[in-house]
Design a protein around this ligand. Structure first.
Ligand code: SF4
Ligand code: SF4
Length: 294
């Protein structure tokens, strides 16, 4: 798979389309590289279906999903999947509404890889927040219940950084389409992106160690007391930064909200309330990868 066409199908379940918007803000690779030109020299991402980006509509657009090459496409899913199927339909075929759950479970067994893009499809996210009237769940949960064994990589974030999505696809392509060679943590997040806590690489860490805390968002000190979830959150935001390396939450004076974690959002709110002391790790100890004790 390190050369040629890589087929990509992008489904949208219960979400806000923010993951797609984030991807369309990609700088390196550019959006043009992602959608039109080559992602890598000799590698073209062939986007077969994307509800927001494609020009086609209605039954004609949905019919593309009937002719996918079995075992030769990556299925990206954005948004959580509802148990109450009437909560999320993606179109009509012969006058019948097609639910996202139905189409997801039809395509997932035929895909070579499922990429759960965003925290909603990775862990439920905001879509599954209490009281969760639609019964929204992660892509992996829905696949497990249906006995679908296609490998899954989770790319959480609310939204995920565009690099996180493209890097995950690139890792998979460079591994020759062998998902087992993409190193992931226990929550199936690529270690190249989610291998370290925000807190480990935060430029305000010395303030934390010295006990100098901001009294309000925007103050220059450590944001722990105004609700920073960096100590339990795995992502590379302090190193990569957002908007083409311009800024990120803490640098902008706002606390990390733990948007890449399975605890987001019911257990990471209220936003501006400090984490309990027993959830504050030191570097090399404390919160385990995947936030089991978060
Ligand atoms: S608590 Fe937040 S602001 Fe403070 S050092 Fe950790 S990540 Fe940085
Ligand atoms: S700093 Fe925290 S809340 Fe902000 S994007 Fe990164 S993981 Fe999400």
């Amino acid at each position: 798979m390190a050369s040629g066409e890589v087929n990509l199908v992008w489904l949208q379940g219960g979400g806000c389309t923010g993951c797609s918007v984030s991807l369309l803000n990609s700088a390196h690779p550019s959006t043009r590289n992602l959608l039109v030109d080559q992602l890598l020299p000799g590698v073209h991402l062939s986007l077969k279906y994307h509800p927001t980006v494609m020009a086609g509509q209605g039954q004609a657009a949905l019919s593309v999903l009937d002719d996918l090459p079995d075992g030769d496409f990556v299925l990206a899913v954005e948004g959580a999947i509802p148990d109450r199927e009437e909560f999320c339909t993606i179109g009509e075929v012969d006058g019948r509404e097609v639910t996202v759950k139905e189409k997801f479970l039809e395509l997932a067994p035929k895909a070579s890889l499922v990429v759960a893009v965003g925290t909603c499809s990775s862990f439920g996210g905001i879509s599954s927040g209490a009281p969760n009237p639609g019964g929204y769940r992660s892509a992996q949960d829905v696949m497990d219940e249906a006995g679908v064994e296609t490998p899954v990589v989770n790319v959480p974030g609310c939204p995920p950084h565009p690099d996180w999505i493209s890097t995950t696809l690139l890792e998979y392509i460079l591994a020759g389409g062998d998902a087992s060679k993409v190193a992931v943590d226990p929550l199936l997040r690529p270690l190249s992106i989610y291998g370290k806590l925000i807190h480990e690489n935060c430029p305000r860490r010395s303030y934390f160690d010295e006990g100098k805390f901001a009294e309000k968002p925007g103050d220059p000190e450590c944001l722990h007391k105004v609700g920073c979830k960096g100590p339990i959150t795995y992502a590379d935001c302090p190193l990569r930064e957002w908007n083409d390396g311009l800024n990120w939450c803490v640098k902008a004076g706002g606390p990390c909200q733990g948007c890449t974690q399975p605890e987001f959002i019911d257990m990471t709110t209220p936003i501006y309330v400090a984490l309990e002391e027993d959830r504050l790790p030191k570097i090399g100890e404390g919160a385990s990868v995947g936030g089991d004790d978060a």
